[in-house]
Design a protein around this ligand. Structure first.
Ligand SMILES: Cc1cc2nc3c(=O)[nH]c(=O)nc-3n(C[C@H](O)[C@H](O)[C@H](O)COP(=O)(O)OP(=O)(O)OC[C@H]3O[C@@H](n4cnc5c(N)ncnc54)[C@H](O)[C@@H]3O)c2cc1C
Length: 375
């Protein structure tokens, strides 16, 4: 008897899980992969769009090109999920699979920061990256504030990558000396799990004259007077870039799966408290940062548990591992190999930065694309 597996969300985690189950359970499972969009975009491609290296069209990988055996992709929006019965309702129909894997990522709550919609910019969506790209074209200098508006947020290095690449862009345009760059974050360090990577990023910002404020939060902005509101004072800006407040997709809170803000799972299996319902990636809370590389690692854990359930035997991947590339600007990329469950505590050494990792990062993306889309 075949097992029907339904994967909700064809992002980093959902695509990895679909390809793993296709390889390992061929003939034993029917996999339905659902996403509201028509194309996948790597998170890091948003930086490429922001800095005009590639267009939005060029970074899209259309789902219709997917050739994964045993996987049927459906472009549908998930409207409701009953985790007790595994009944899924989409805008095109209803399903009752044997196994449901929730991989819906994190949504942005831009309205949570007063003034942000009217007076701020973001690059965490493709449309936002295009809008900020155009704004930067017109920018002639002034005070730029880049603020992390809440924790957790996707890809801890992304704010620092953006500011270092922005520095390069402003130097190239001859307006760096008339521009102040300032990063504000509630976190104590750029990459808390990696003191080495944090020190390297802080050094890189210091060398470039980028101001860096930790343990502070911007609660809102006033688009009229162009000031950012901190708890006890205001600071002026000419261009405000925010890493938006993140939230769990509404369909998951409505389903009662995210009572503590994110979906709770057993990190050793990625099972939720409901039989046959798993969750992986950014929509979950496991104590590990939100990033594609960790969504991929979680997909391996869930795949092992599903294989073990279907076949009756097999081991479990430990999870919590990831490989992060950090753009330092000037054509330099660093690599951090993270293992959150290493014996003796998390390890996250930094390799580089060096130009050697430019090709390796490109290969990281190309290899995922080949594995997930067969192209
Ligand atoms: C600027 C930037 C740079 C980044 N750089 C990196 C990096 O270098 N390395 C790295 O590892 N990570 C990086 N990330 C983070 C990475 O993109 C995410 O952490 C990763 O995509 C999470 O995977 P996921 O599968 O959990 O969710 P996602 O990849 O976000 O996938 C969720 C999917 O669910 C779909 N969905 C949501 N709601 C519904 C619904 N109701 N119905 C149907 N479909 C729905 C969405 O359309 C989406 O395709 C970056 C992110 C950003 C913004």
């Amino acid at each position: 008897m075949t097992t029907n597996v339904m994967i909700l969300g064809a992002g980093f985690g959902g695509l990895e899980l679909a390809s793993l189950l296709s390889e390992r359970l061929a003939g034993d499972v029917d996999i339905t992969l659902v996403d509201q969009r028509d194309a996948f975009v790597f998170g890091f491609s948003k930086l490429e769009v922001l800095f005009g290296r590639r267009t939005a069209e060029q970074v899209k990988v259309p789902y219709r090109t997917m050739r994964t055996p045993g996987v049927e992709f459906r472009q549908e929006r998930v409207l409701a999920l009953d985790p007790a019965t595994r009944h899924v309702v989409t805008d095109a129909g209803a399903y009752d699979p044997d196994v449901v894997v929730v991989a819906l990522g994190a949504d942005y709550d831009v309205a949570a920061t007063p003034g942000f919609i009217d007076g701020g910019f973001e690059y965490y969506t493709v449309a936002g990256a295009e809008r900020l790209r155009d704004e930067l074209e017109a920018f002639r200098g002034g005070r730029v504030m880049l603020a992390v508006l809440s924790i957790p947020f996707k890809c801890p290095p992304a704010p620092y990558e953006a500011i270092l690449l922005l520095h390069d862009r402003l130097v190239g345009r001859g307006i760096r000396d008339v521009t102040d760059l300032h990063v504000v974050t509630p976190q104590p360090a750029p990459i808390p799990v990696s003191p080495q990577a944090s020190a390297a990023l802080e050094r890189a910002m210091g060398e470039r004259g980028i101001e860096y404020t930790t343990r502070r939060r911007v609660y809102g902005i006033d688009p009229g007077t162009r000031v950012a509101r901190f708890k006890d004072h205001d600071e002026p800006f000419d261009l405000f870039i925010g890493i938006p407040v993140h939230k769990v997709p509404g369909v998951l809170s409505d389903a009662g799966l995210a009572d503590d803000g994110w979906v709770a799972v057993d990190p050793s299996t990625m099972r939720t408290g409901f039989p046959g319902v798993y969750a992986i990636g950014d929509c979950t809370e496991t104590g590990i940062p939100k990033a594609g590389t960790f969504a991929e690692s979680a997909a391996h854990v869930a795949a092992d548990d599903i294989v073990r359930t279907v076949r009756g035997s097999g081991g479990l991947a430990p999870g919590g591992t990831g490989l992060c590339y950090l753009e330092f600007g000037s054509g330099q990329i660093g690599r951090v190999d993270v293992d959150f469950y290493a014996e003796g505590g998390p390890t996250a050494p930094l390799l580089g930065p060096s130009s050697d990792y430019v090709a390796e990062k490109a290969e990281f993306g190309a290899s995922r694309r080949a594995r997930w889309f067969g192209a």
